[in-house]
Design a protein around this ligand. Structure first.
Ligand code: AMP
Length: 188
């Protein structure tokens, strides 16, 4: 069973490439960002607590996302693509523990590498149509700051374990998808 982490900065194309990967391998798409946005849209107690944190571009607390991931793994029967998780080294360590608890192994961690100027350009472009309250210039800057401070070290965590697969995420979308597929095929 495939258990893949798709990693990258905000604007790296994780959402676009996730759609393609989950369709090809019939995986469960676990996007913590989507799950959290649903809590806000449904106006749950949790949604009310996290709205201002997400609107500012900060990360929500680990406990919240870890509980979501634990449940998602427990309910999964077809394999999973994690998108937007893990976002810091503590979450990466927890994912290892959760996968082990559920008798699974990580297939690979695909890191989509895109230059910073391109990330900003894409996010500003997306802001025009996404309707996401965190797609505005100020929040984008903070999301990138959070990424560099907390999320980027996750790449080194997987590199040390020999599980990091770097993919150039700047170029033709279909070419990027093909490179991702080639990496998955190598590791599955
Ligand atoms: P995304 O849709 O992945 O860009 O995530 C949007 C926002 O959701 C982030 O800026 C965070 O506030 C929150 N978020 C998503 N995933 C996580 C995570 N794994 N840990 C903490 N916060 C998260």
């Amino acid at each position: 069973m495939l258990n893949i982490v798709l990693f990258g900065a905000p604007g790296a194309g994780k959402g676009t490439q996730s759609d393609f990967i989950v369709e090809k391998y019939k995986l469960n798409h676990i996007s913590t960002g989507d799950l959290l946005r649903k809590e806000i849209a449904d106006q749950t107690e949790l949604g009310k607590r996290i709205k201002s944190i997400m609107d500012s571009g900060n990360l929500v607390s680990d406990d919240i996302v870890v509980e979501m991931i634990d449940k998602a793994i427990a309910n999964d029967t077809q394999g999973m693509l994690f998108d937007g998780f893990p976002r810091n080294v503590a979450q990466a360590e927890t994912l290892d523990r959760l996968l082990e608890k559920h008798g699974r192994k990580l297939t690979c961690m695909i890191s989509l590498d895109v230059p910073k100027e391109e990330l900003i350009r894409r996010m500003l472009e997306r802001a025009k149509v996404s309707g996401r309250s965190d797609d505005n210039e100020e929040t984008i800057k903070n999301r990138l700051k959070e990424y560099e401070a907390k999320t980027l070290p996750v790449a080194s965590y997987y590199e040390k374990k020999g599980q990091l697969c770097k993919v150039n995420g700047f170029g033709d979308i279909k070419d990027i998808s093909s490179t991702i597929i080639a990496e998955i095929e190598k590791h599955k």
